[in-house]
Every structure is written in structure tokens, then in C-alpha cells.
Design a protein. Sequence first.
Length: 50
Amino acid sequence: MTNMCHYMKMNVYHEKLPISGISQELDNDAFVKESTIQAVKNQIRGFIQF
């Protein structure tokens, strides 16, 4: 998808969430790992500045 967006000359936010197994990250629709929670917060802050 990123390559397709670049081909169409679109800017793509570079930070990606390192979540390969979402089922292991969630419990009752909430993140349970502190490292994932921090990564999401960092991505939100960075995207706002983007």
C-alpha cells in the first residue's frame, strides 16, 4: 500500500506500529502490553506533528 501511495506522489507517515499478532495485544478490546500502549501514544503524537 505504501508503494502505491508513493507512486501516486502521496506522503505516507513513516512510523508503523510493530503489531504482528493483534490477538496477543488485546484483552476486552484494550491493549494490555505497556510497550504497545507507549508505541500507540508515540505514533499518535508523531502523526499529529506530521
